[in-house]
Design a protein around this ligand. Structure first.
Ligand code: SGN
Ligand code: CA
Length: 569
């Protein structure tokens, strides 16, 4: 971090402190239970019995990354990278071996988590939707019941956060370098922006902070720590601390370059997949082979002069814009690392297979490096909880908005109901109530987070929530009541990456997927136990016919249970 950033971080802290004090004071006027500062005044910490009970409720620290495959987490057995801090949460708590999303794409997955409801109910079906923040979410319930709530980092729901005392979120997808955040609490560096409708009327005012020279991962951690340090200590807190990393285009922190070595990395077994018997997979555009040489793979124009496809698509300019967000000293470190290695491109570009392997290794270097920095940042926040004696009574969750392909089927990105992207990492720690070193193999889904938090906070779970609370499983080892998961991806073949619309059901052993889109209408069926990479579509084969009809029956049942309109797909 350069000197400028340190200064900016300090300013942010002061401003944050002032806005936390103001709501605390305003409580005097509203007649809410009054709390005094025990440490400074030597009084008991709370003034009434009800509030004492409330204060024993756990804090909640929800940590989420963007596009983190569980196969890039050492606690999940990854040999690709060490993630000591995510592992710390798992080792001191619980690791879910079979954790899934309901819709493997960013905004929709986040909406499922906030509401505990499937996409067709919460209305945020694809990334082009805008989240209706007036509907109930778990942060709103927590806030109403006395939690101090905050969200920092990636949000990506196209509408402003509702139910948070403090929010400072990346604009849209956000940038790795010199990130732009929007906040509800302006500070000294804020630029005020009036947003107008097409008639020129101001419809809202935004407060925007550009942290010049900052790296998004570290800035997000700084904001999380600022909130924790300056929070209202009379209340339990619930903070969502969301990273942009390791989302495309995987720009590592210049200070961490060289830590990850992928120069000899072997490609996954099904890297050269031919997509036989899987028609939707034949139509996708998720292949590492299709990555942009500059934007994705970090070659400079000089490196690929003559290979004009990349430039003609305009992505050279996209890359220049991102590179341009770095400070001169960051660019110097970046170039010192990449320029030498980029010379390899000349040796491989004439050999299609060698080039593809080179692309995979470069992709993995950048992806894993972004994770390395993020894991370190998570460590800073966990250290703070330890130092403040907060770890015992804080539920810490680490997850991702979905899984990701890191070369399986030759792909990057997500969206498919196949295992790599339907899965998402999930580890939970809560030393006061949850025994350490548990591994849970039952299937859970991102639908379950909201009811679990409400349950732990002692709030009745509203009847319309579709997920199940994991509290009794976590605390008392009671089995989870569910035998299948419903999945639905809505974006479709006409959108980026050309992945067909699909829905389906996953049981412990099998998966049935219905692909239905323009020019696509077929089922696929996998025996996940025998074929975890889903290379052999068994749909329509004699040996599977009984299981097939059973899965069809279950799909109908599960759609009824979740009130999925039968016309949707
Ligand atoms: C961007 C990326 C896509 C990615 C989507 C959705 N393209 O559009 O590769 O699938 O985000 O990701 S990029 O050229 O802009 O990098 S999500 O995690 O937000 O759902
Ligand atoms: Ca994502």
């Amino acid at each position: 971090m350069n000197v400028k950033n340190i200064k900016l971080a300090g300013v942010g802290r002061m401003a944050l402190l002032s806005f936390i004090i103001i709501p605390a004071l305003s409580g005097c006027l509203t007649g809410e239970p009054q709390v005094t500062n025990a440490a400074s005044e030597g009084l008991t910490e709370v003034s009434d019995v009800e509030n004492t009970a409330k204060n024993t409720r756990p804090n909640i620290l929800f940590i989420m990354s963007d596009d983190h495959s569980e196969r890039a987490i050492s606690a999940y057995g990854s040999k690709l990278i060490n993630t000591p801090n995510i592992d710390r949460i798992a080792n001191e708590g619980v690791l879910f071996k079979n954790s899934f999303v309901a819709n493997s794409i960013c905004g929709p997955s986040r909406a499922v988590m906030l509401t505990g409801k499937h996409s067709h109910i919460n209305g945020f079906t694809d990334n082009h939707s805008s989240f209706d923040g007036t509907q109930p979410t778990y942060p709103q319930y927590l806030q109403k019941s006395g939690y101090q709530t905050a969200v920092v980092g990636k949000w990506h729901l196209n509408s402003e956060p509702v139910g948070f005392d403090y929010w400072e979120i990346l604009r849209g997808q956000g940038h790795y370098y010199s990130p732009v955040f929007v906040t509800n609490k302006p500070n000294e560096i804020t630029v005020t922006k009036d947003i107008k409708n097409k008639h020129g009327r101001v419809i809202k005012t935004e407060y925007e902070n550009t942290y010049l020279g900052a790296y998004a991962t570290i800035k997000t951690g700084d904001l999380a720590l600022d909130f924790l340090q300056n929070r209202d200590k009379s209340k339990p807190f619930a903070m969502i601390y969301n990273h942009k990393a390791p989302h495309r285009n995987w720009m590592p922190n210049v200070d961490d370059l060289g830590v990850i070595d992928t120069s000899d990395l072997q490609v996954p077994d099904n890297f050269f997949d031919d997509y036989k018997n899987r028609p939707a997979a034949q139509l996708q555009e998720l292949e590492i082979n299709d990555m942009y040489l500059s934007y994705d793979l970090k070659l400079s124009e000089a490196d690929y002069a003559g290979d004009l496809a990349d430039i003609s698509l305009g992505w050279g300019h996209q890359w220049q814009a991102l590179y341009g967000r770095m400070t001169p000293s960051q660019k110097k470190k970046w170039d010192a690392y990449y320029q030498e290695l980029n010379k390899e491109y000349q040796n491989v570009k004439g050999d299609a297979k060698a080039l593809l392997v080179w692309k995979y290794r470069r992709y993995m270097h950048d992806y894993l490096s972004s994770i390395y920095s993020m894991d370190k940042d998570i460590g800073r926040v966990l250290d703070y909880l330890d130092a403040q004696g907060l770890a015992e009574n804080t539920i810490v969750v680490y997850t991702s908005d979905q899984g990701f392909y890191i070369g399986e089927h030759g792909w990057f990105d997500k969206r498919f109901m196949y295992e790599e992207s339907m899965r998402t990492p999930l580890v939970i720690r809560y030393p006061a109530k949850i025994k350490a070193k548990q591994v849970i193999t039952e299937m859970v889904q991102n639908l379950d987070y909201a009811p679990t938090f409400l349950d732990f906070a002692g709030i009745d779970i509203p009847a319309d929530i579709q997920g199940v609370s994991l509290k009794d499983r976590l605390v008392e080892q009671k089995p989870i009541d569910r035998d299948s998961l419903y999945y639905h991806y809505y974006e479709g073949i006409e959108k980026e990456h050309k992945v067909a619309k699909q829905e389906g059901i996953r049981t412990d052993t099998h998966k049935l997927i219905h692909f239905k889109d323009v020019g696509v209408d077929h089922f696929e069926l996998y025996d996940i136990a025998a074929d975890p990479s889903e290379m052999h579509n068994l749909y329509g084969t004699e040996a599977i016919s009984k299981i097939q009809s059973d899965l069809h029956r279950q799909l109908v049942k599960v759609k009824e249970k979740y009130q999925v309109p039968f016309t949707k797909i």
